[in-house]
Design a binder for this molecule. Structure first.
Ligand code: DI6
Ligand code: FE
Length: 415
């Protein structure tokens, strides 16, 4: 047998395998990888020989816990500038909707992002990505949506792809074509929807720049009919949907997402029981975003009990964006998901691993520690998995492995 690349011994694994007991935990465990795939995840006593004979590098985890690499499945990480003035306006009593209606909000970031060069956009976004990395993230979803014209939407997605290539993180990109109506289309809504669902979508698909599409279904954003038109055009090109749904009001977003068999419906604070039942039927993941709930001081919580009762998979993400969730720490968000939404630490860890992978169409690739899956994992200096949700701002991984880094390195090494 040719040797494994790495072997961790004396570890405790939170495999997060579905149906394998709390955290899918294995004590007195070992984890090995070879060629960027997990080659062994089990008990030390089941190792097929002496560790030093089995792997090129053997590391002693000294009883630390190893989890799957964390997955942040909803971010708007690529943008220019910041919205700290609006933060101050909201603290002084102005609402998020009122600021948006007055031309601020998403449009203020659109102006800054349109004005930024690709290099500026890359540099500003890279520092945020480093923040996520420090928290154990190995896969991140990045949306466009602060361009709202062809050139800037493409630029955002290219920057997102380049961030993945250069950092070695696994990046999934989402074309958020219907995010806000730019003022130049104020009296031509249908033209804007047609542009985003037609020429811009095709240009993005031609360059292979997006893995999915997303839309903002909300009173201050787009209607169900507009979103349906956009989703249908994406489906015709083979692109799956994700949806910002029922965040500030009930717009039947959960049901619409289910109708298109969307990968996920995100936010869903106001979703009704019929919508949640439809999501369960369609296999649509519920992505909960406590950062936005916290920043906007919302009071309506997502229907967690209903999600549990219907068996809808729950994911948790940062929603990193300059308006409603300027958060670049997934562990901090995990703490919020417990304290603000009442999820258990085990539900939250599933929400940033197994279920987050599913929300990105990656469930066979990453999200659990299982032989054959990508070698994405994090070693944590903790004694219980719940510590991952308990500490705020202090916990750093002891080691992070991301197989996408290996793939990127191989791609850039001449054969
Ligand atoms: N995600 C979004 O896209 C909007 N809200 C959210 O949670 C708006 C983001 C922004 O204000 O820039
Ligand atoms: Fe968002």
């Amino acid at each position: 047998m040719s040797k494994w690349d790495h072997l961790w011994i004396n570890a405790r694994l939170a495999t997060m395998r579905d149906g394998a007991g709390p955290y899918g935990a294995i004590e007195d465990a070992a984890l090995a990888d070879k060629g960027g795939r997990i080659a062994f995840a089990g008990r030390m006593s089941d190792l097929p020989g002496e560790p030093s004979n089995l792997a090129t590098r053997v590391m002693d985890a000294q009883n630390q816990w190893i989890t799957p690499g964390l997955i942040d499945c909803h971010t708007h990480l690529v943008f220019a500038g910041n919205r700290s003035e609006e933060f101050e306006m909201r603290l002084a009593g102005k609402s998020y909707e009122a600021i948006a209606k007055a031309g601020g909000g998403i449009m203020s970031t659109v102006r800054a992002t349109r004005a930024a060069s690709e290099d500026e956009l890359y540099a500003q976004s890279l520092s945020r990505l480093h923040g996520l990395l420090k928290g154990g993230v190995t896969t991140v979803e990045i949306k466009s949506g602060y361009g709202l014209d062809e050139a800037t939407e493409l630029r955002m997605l290219r920057v997102a792809r380049k961030l993945g290539q250069q950092t070695g993180l696994r990046v999934r990109t989402t074309y958020l074509g219907l995010h806000a109506l730019p003022p130049e289309y104020a009296s031509k809504r249908a033209d804007f929807v047609n542009l985003m669902s037609g020429p811009v979508l095709r240009a993005i698909a031609d360059e292979g720049l997006a893995d999915a599409v997303d839309a903002y279904l909300e009173g201050i954003a787009f209607t169900a009919a507009e979103v349906e038109r956009f989703f249908a055009a994406a489906a015709a090109l083979g692109l799956p949907a994700k949806l910002h749904a029922d965040q500030l009001s009930d717009t039947n977003g959960a049901a619409l997402a289910a109708k298109f068999r969307a990968l996920s419906a995100d936010h869903i604070e106001y979703s009704d029981p019929a919508g949640i039942a439809a999501m369960a039927q369609a296999g649509t993941v519920a992505v909960l975003l406590p950062g936005a709930f916290f920043v906007l001081r919302e009071t309506r919580k997502p229907p967690v009990d209903l999600l549990r009762r219907h068996g809808v998979p729950i994911a948790v993400a940062t929603d990193c964006n300059p308006g409603t969730s300027p958060v670049v720490s997934l562990p901090t968000t995990m703490s919020m998901a417990c304290t603000l939404f009442g999820l258990t630490p085990e539900e939250v860890l599933a929400g940033v691993t197994r279920n987050a992978a599913r929300a990105l169409g990656l469930k066979d690739e990453t999200g659990t520690l299982e032989v054959g899956k990508a070698a994405d994992y994090v070693v944590w200096p903790i004694t219980r998995p719940a510590e991952l949700c308990y500490w705020i701002g202090t916990l750093n991984p002891s080691a992070v492995a991301c197989s996408a880094a290996l793939a990127a390195a191989n791609a850039s090494t001449p054969a």
